[in-house]
Design a binder for this molecule. Structure first.
Ligand code: SME
Length: 172
């Protein structure tokens, strides 16, 4: 069989790396525009959903101020409507990430008993906590229609987005 000379086919990883860099630069531009935290989250949700082909649902959940028990409330998002507008910390992959303060990556959501289904098409998910003054204040949640869509470089980009949001909330 003839070998292909199309770089997109022979080395898809390399193409993804270039795209991730381009998107990271676009995130930096959003941050340096001096947007409020709300407008920054809106811009990041839109950018990641539009530019990253495998990021089919991108949204922020923030901890409700003063809620007892603590509650994650859906904020800015891009993608299909979700029934999960309010998530307690003891539920879902979202609750797991917020209560542990650790990024959770799930390669196959159907094998994870914590998973709260949003869309029948979702195959994998990443949830990254947002820290404000060292405390979890919310999280960035991304779903993909593709299994194992979130590799190390995706995780870096998404954690970077979450850090910028936390920084912007801190400086408000
Ligand atoms: N799947 C999440 C719920 C939120 S939706 O993905 C938008 C979870 O298991 O917590």
């Amino acid at each position: 069989m003839a070998t292909t000379s199309n770089p997109a086919k022979s080395n898809p990883t390399k193409i993804d790396t270039a795209k991730l860099k381009e998107v990271r630069n676009a995130v930096d531009r959003l941050y340096s525009e001096g947007r409020t935290a709300e407008r920054l989250m809106e811009g990041i949700a839109e950018l990641l959903n539009e530019q990253m082909l495998k990021y089919n649902w991108v949204g922020f959940y923030m901890l409700e101020a003063g809620a007892d028990p603590p509650m994650l409330v859906l904020g800015h998002y891009r993608g299909a409507m979700t029934p999960h507008v309010r998530i307690p910390l003891n539920q879902g992959i979202c609750g797991a990430a917020a209560s542990s303060g650790k990024t959770v990556v799930v390669d196959d959501v159907h094998k994870d008993s914590r998973y709260l289904a949003c869309s029948l098409e979702t195959k994998s998910e990443i949830v990254v906590p947002i820290f404000v003054n060292s405390n979890v204040a919310g999280e960035l949640d991304i779903d993909s229609h593709f299994p194992a869509a979130f590799g190390a470089e995706d995780r870096n980009l998404i954690e970077y987005c979450a850090q910028l949001v936390g920084k912007r909330i801190e400086s408000a």
